[in-house]
Design a binder for this molecule. Structure first.
Ligand code: F6P
Length: 361
């Protein structure tokens, strides 16, 4: 029977368990065996009981569980060739030559490198006497398929990453709660949400909660005094500002929540508090959308693994206009890098000014 490994890597995201469950059950449905690799690439490098077969009933009830039940890690060893050699050996010894990796762009890039190196890794293992030619013979190609698990929704080529809508829901609930106390005391609140390079969570939560101001890395403010409003005349009892963790000004300097708090206090005369939502945004049960998305994408990942030809590039499973699709992984990663490079480019200020001028026209 074909053996398919599944691992979760990088920051955990709600829905990862749904993805693992779907991969395990679809693999079994397709007459394969499913192996969970625990603690991300760390499990692949260390082997032992960190790689274990999972059966149909082992993943019962996983759809609604938060975090990732097979663990995740940001593994340094796998970034080195020596680590990847150990990972390849561990896989061959267990007869695993297919992997479904659920993680962010960094984790998925690691998967692409691993696949490209695979034949070379195997011949090095034989040359070093760690494996025999007979042992590697049945496993000349490594099939890898990516699933994007990240609360940030920061991958190009897909409308949603697994976990982003659960996180958005949690943020909205938290902002609603803050609204109540802000109303009671007629206060301002600066609420910081996650998103290192991507303002999706901040933007979507600001729209969904009706926040007053928003700071995201992609569209920095001029900081020229636009934060003005006569709250009392307008009968406002609460003022909410959502700030993405990666918010920056046009000169690429980080905009700290404390700076915005000072502006609210000094310019608007508001009694203001700051709330950093932190990792509460990442934990907790997956929302219905993430349960659905992770299930469909997990099923598609197994199909892709079984249908991959040795020449085809590593696919990542995406969703576009509500259709589950396969996209070449490195195209999506490159497009993501291009966007990130744009918002961290030296001429970002000039680009923003140009865009503003076009907008005025
Ligand atoms: O998963 C992505 C992310 O949520 C980012 O928005 C955030 O900067 C980062 O993870 C924090 O991760 P950790 O605390 O695990 O290093």
């Amino acid at each position: 029977k074909r053996r398919i490994g599944v691992l979760t890597s990088g920051g955990d995201a709600p829905g990862m368990n749904g993805a693992v469950r779907a991969v395990v059950r679809m693999a079994i449905h397709c007459d394969c065996e499913a192996y969970a690799v625990f603690e991300g690439y760390e499990g692949l490098v260390n082997g032992g009981n960190m790689i274990r077969q999972l059966h149909w009933e082992d993943v019962r009830g996983w759809l609604s569980r938060g975090g990732t039940l097979i663990g995740s890690a940001r593994c340094m060893a796998f970034r080195e060739r020596a680590g990847r050699l150990r990972a390849a050996k561990n896989m061959i010894l267990r007869g695993i030559d297919a992997l479904v990796v659920c993680g962010g762009d960094g984790s998925l890039t690691g998967a692409d490198v691993f696949r490209a190196e695979w034949p070379g890794l195997l011949s090095d293992l034989v040359a070093a006497g760690e494996l025999t030619q007979e042992q590697i013979a049945p496993y000349t190609v490594l099939n890898i398929v990516g699933l994007v698990g990240s609360i940030d929704n920061d991958m190009s080529g897909t409308d949603a990453t697994i976990g982003c809508y659960s996180s958005l829901t949690r943020i909205c609930d938290a902002v609603d709660d803050v609204f109540d106390t802000a109303f009671s005391h007629q206060r301002g609140f600066v609420i910081e949400v996650m998103g290192r390079h991507c303002g999706w969570l901040a933007l979507m939560s600001a729209i969904s909660t009706g926040a007053d101001w928003l700071f995201i890395p992609e569209n920095p403010p001029r900081m020229d005094g636009r934060m003005r409003c006569n709250r009392k005349e307008r009968g406002k009892r609460r003022t909410i500002v959502i700030v993405a963790e990666g918010a920056q000004d046009r000169h690429l300097n980080k905009i700290a929540s404390s700076t915005i708090k000072d502006i609210l206090t000094e310019r608007l005369g508001l009694d203001t508090r700051t709330t950093v939502l932190g990792h509460t945004q990442r934990g907790g049960a997956a929302c219905a959308y993430d349960r659905w998305l992770s299930t469909l994408q997990g099923v598609e990942a197994v199909r892709a693994v079984l249908e991959m030809s040795p020449q085809s590039p590593v696919p990542v499973i995406t969703i576009r206009e509500n259709k589950i699709m396969r996209t070449p992984l490195m195209d999506a990663v490159q497009a993501t890098k291009d966007v990130t490079a744009k918002i961290h480019a030296k001429d970002f200020d000039a680009a923003m000014n140009e865009r503003d001028a076009e907008f005025k026209e």
